[in-house]
Write a protein that binds this ligand. Structure first.
Ligand code: NAG
Ligand code: NAG
Ligand code: NAG
Ligand code: NAG
Length: 324
């Protein structure tokens, strides 16, 4: 009996399925450490939970570190390296990136269980997922198998990372450069549903915005006067304010409700509601938490997939702060 496999159209169809499977398959897999470090996920979860219990803001800090790692030369833990000419000391990180001690603790706990196996890049990715989940946000299967980079380039960080003072077009260009689109920009901005920002990151909106002699007119008046009193001219620029004053530690869709009500904190937050390319998505997320959670989950996985080092590239760092 001839098997159906000799049917030419079936062979073509099978080949096509095979090709498609190969081309969409990520190089990373969720079961990467299943045999080499079976308790990895529980260990990271425990460490992150303890850190957040100690300081709730740490959830936002860990999430931001993953973003700042991935946007610059891919998710390779280059942001953790201590060299003074590295990313850690670039504009967007110097005196604002946080969580390094927490990640040291996670790495140490992981090393005690399975030495020399798990990359710092994967530890950041799992920690960011846990930070979101433990704040009430969505969860997802983290893809793993990244290796750690041996280069941390401050110049690249300074041009690749976003600032709070850009237009949506500028933000979009930076996202596009790493394969992220407008949906990713809006959904990932929703990370500002948790955490705090320094006065210095939004005070330019409060008194004389863009040389107009007046505050940013898109900022709702009650919030404006509150921010003006918290962040006066020549005040303490290190002072921090909640991104989402409705629920500072809860990961929900209130960030988008705020934008619709003119209560975005950063210029780059509020612009998402006025720019033609992003308004409708902000509106949709403000009305539908599940839609936001679902898109956020997908965008986090996509972001975690930016140019990972795999196979024999890079290394598994012993200490996340230094190359081996
Ligand atoms: C980082 O901040 C420190 C302390 O404020 C400062 O001394 C140093 O010059 C900054 N580094 C860079 C590269 O800007
Ligand atoms: C850092 O990256 C820039 C381009 O972004 C490049 O010109 C420079 O040579 C790099 N520096 C190092 C030390 O690799
Ligand atoms: C962005 O990419 C995702 C797939 O990763 C896609 O579902 C979504 O429609 C895209 N958004 C835009 C605005 O192109
Ligand atoms: C606002 O800033 C502009 C440009 O920096 C300046 O010319 C103007 O005098 C300022 N207005 C006020 C009221 O401070």
């Amino acid at each position: 009996m001839k098997t159906s496999i000799t049917n030419p159209s079936l062979v073509v169809a099978l080949l096509l399925v095979l090709l498609l499977t190969v081309s969409v398959k990520s190089q990373l897999t969720s079961d990467f450490y299943d045999t080499t470090c079976p308790n990895l996920l529980q260990i990271v979860r425990r460490e992150v939970r303890n850190a957040i219990k100690f300081e709730m803001r740490m959830a936002a800090s860990l999430l931001r570190l993953h973003f700042h790692d991935c946007l610059v030369d891919g998710c390779d833990a280059s942001v953790l390296l201590d060299n003074t000419d590295g990313e850690k000391f670039g504009f967007a990180n110097n005196n604002s990136a946080r969580g390094f001690e927490v990640l040291d603790g996670v790495k140490n706990a992981v090393e005690r269980a399975c030495s020399g196996v798990v990359s710092c890049a994967d530890i950041i990715a799992i920690s960011a997922r846990d930070a979101v989940f433990l704040s009430g946000g969505p969860s997802w299967k983290v893809l793993l198998g990244r290796r750690d980079g041996r280069v941390s380039n401050q110049t690249t960080a300074n041009s690749a990372l976003t600032t709070p003072f850009e237009t949506v077009d500028q933000l979009t260009a930076k996202f596009t450069a790493v394969g992220l689109n407008t949906t990713d920009l809006v959904s990932l901005s929703g990370a500002h549903t948790i955490g705090l920002a320094k006065c210095s990151s939004f005070s330019q909106r409060l008194f004389n915005f863009s040389g107009t002699g007046a505050p940013d007119r898109t900022l709702e008046s009650e919030m404006l006067s509150d921010l003006q009193s918290q962040c006066p001219t020549n005040g303490d620029t290190e002072k921090t304010v909640a991104f989402d004053r409705n629920s500072v530690d809860l990961f929900d869709n209130h960030y988008f409700k705020n934008l619709v009500n003119g209560r975005g904190l950063l210029q780059t937050d509020q612009e998402l509601f006025s720019a033609t390319t992003t308004t409708s998505l902000v509106q949709s997320y403000s009305e539908d938490k599940n839609l936001f959670f679902n898109d956020f989950r997908n965008s986090m996985i996509k972001m975690g997939n930016i140019s990972p080092l795999t196979g024999s590239q890079g290394e598994i760092r012993k200490n996340c702060r230094a190359i081996n």
